[in-house]
Design a protein around this ligand. Structure first.
Ligand code: PFF
Length: 461
């Protein structure tokens, strides 16, 4: 099928893909998971996974997209009719993620507004975050964010995504580096002084004391779920994006650049947030969960005095952009698939989906108030509606999809099918051997273990 939309070239593609990859996953999800899992070990596991499993999955998705020129469902069908179901499963992941992504985007909007109107003092107060998410008013922020996303997708992929990502990404990076540097200089004013540098040490040093196999598997599952979410892999998005890429683009180089940008921002976000959490709330504060970024960062900004007002405002503005580009990519992927599935027009499809997701966003946002539930997840944590959706898509579905897709590529299509696409036009596929070993042997095994862990079955062994 001929695509109406396309990226202008290699950089256009890399920035659009990085725009999808770099989002609340890096700024919000990575730091709270790293903190919850005690820093160092999570970091090592994540880094190893990114350059092995993450590389294999990102390469696979992008190459499938460009080779078939289709979005997930039809791409899998084109590879092998019997495997169309995998395309459908893949498509269901953004369908789930979209229900809660705008809710987090809404949280960021709220903090942006707080910094605009009250200079951030209110944001730094204890209880601000909990008070906000449990109030019915929080729904409006999610709805505004969702609406914004819908309008941009309604206009079309290249105009919306490329322009925003290109200017936003470098700025965000500079800001994150600056705030991270400042976090390291923090000190707590009490008797047992805690410093940012001590916090950094906790973030970077692996603490193996009391480690068990089950705990290690849990950390690996968290790291892997983060990888899926952060790189936007195994959810069809990179397949759709791959289908927009011109034949002359070097896919290998693009994959490396996307990996580096995404991982770089996540690691730096950790340096920005974790030392600050340690200084303000000690080791106990590290397990604060999803609220971590919203609780600790405003305190950092408030310590900066007047400059903190401006920096805080700028940070939440750029974070909102990062979240927006990612949110656009989630909706874009759903729209692209629905257009192929139902043979509908872009505008009509976007409009219908937008209404559905406005409702979903409201429901999930109310999950901390009117629709409050407390579910015990197989990874041991308790979660509300948002965490339940997050767990089903990132921890449960994605390992399963990655397992099946590595079997399909490794054993049925064969790794050379991907290799040929990577080498198209005489390009060099540098990590070809690593790719082959990963996709044929390593991925199926790791993904099976992680999938079983996600179901909770391994906890009983
Ligand atoms: N990768 C994005 C992030 O890290 O925030 C999130 C994301 C984008 C998830 C696109 C899913 C998706 F389809």
């Amino acid at each position: 099928m001929k695509k109406k939309s396309g990226f202008t070239g290699q950089l256009g593609f890399v920035f659009a893909a990085a725009g999808s990859a770099v989002g609340v996953g890096n700024l919000w999800r990575f730091p709270y998971l790293a903190a919850k899992n005690g820093g160092g070990i999570f970091l090592i596991v994540y880094l190893v996974l990114i350059f092995t499993a993450g590389f294999a999955l990102l390469t696979t998705d992008i190459a499938i997209g460009r080779r078939t020129g289709k979005s997930a469902i039809h791409a899998y069908e084109a590879m092998n009719v019997k495997w169309k179901f995998l395309g459908v499963l893949t498509f269901l992941v953004p369908v789930l993620i979209m229900t809660y992504y705008a809710v987090i985007g809404g949280w960021i909007l709220k903090y942006l507004v707080l910094f605009l109107t009250e200079g951030g003092e209110a944001a730094a107060e204890d209880g601000c975050f909990t008070g906000f998410i449990t109030s019915p008013g929080s729904v409006w922020y999610g709805l505004v964010f969702m609406l914004l996303t819908a309008v941009i997708v309604f206009v079309g992929v290249e105009k919306g995504i490329e322009r925003v990502s290109k200017t936003m990404m470098p700025l965000l990076l500079v800001l994150v580096v600056g705030i991270a540097g400042y976090s390291l200089t923090l000190r707590s004013g009490t008797e047992n002084v805690r410093t940012g540098m001590q916090g950094l040490k906790i973030y970077l040093t692996p603490d193996w004391s009391g480690m068990t196999v089950s705990r290690f598997l849990q950390i690996t599952l968290d790291a892997m779920s983060q990888l899926f979410f952060s790189l936007s892999v195994s959810m069809g998005i990179m397949i759709t994006y791959g289908s927009y890429v011109k034949p002359e683009v070097d896919l290998g180089k693009s994959v490396s650049m996307i990996e580096l940008m995404d991982t770089g921002v996540a690691l730096l976000a950790g340096v920005m947030i974790i030392p600050a959490v340690y200084v303000f709330s000690g080791v106990e504060g590290m397990s604060a969960g999803p609220g971590l970024m919203f609780i600790s960062l405003p305190k950092v900004f408030s310590r900066m005095g007047f400059a903190g007002r401006v920096i805080g405002l700028l940070f939440f503005l750029l974070a909102a952009f990062a979240a927006l580009t990612s949110c656009i990519s989630v909706l874009e992927s759903i729209v692209a698939n629905c257009m192929e599935l139902f043979h509908t027009q872009r505008k009509q499809t976007t409009a219908v989906l937008s209404v559905i997701y406005l409702i979903a966003t409201a429901v999930i946002a109310l999950g901390y108030g009117a629709f409050y539930v407390e579910a015990r997840l197989p990874n041991g944590s308790t979660g509300q509606l948002l965490d339940i959706m997050d767990y089903i898509s990132n921890s449960f579905m994605m390992p399963f999809i990655a397992l099946l897709s590595s079997i399909l590529i490794g054993w049925i299509m064969k790794p050379a099918w991907i290799g040929e696409e990577m080498e198209r036009g005489g390009k060099i596929f540098r990590r070809k051997r690593l790719y082959t070993v990963m996709i044929r042997y390593v991925m199926p095994v790791i993904m099976l273990i992680i999938f079983l862990q996600s179901t909770g079955i391994l906890n009983y062994l």
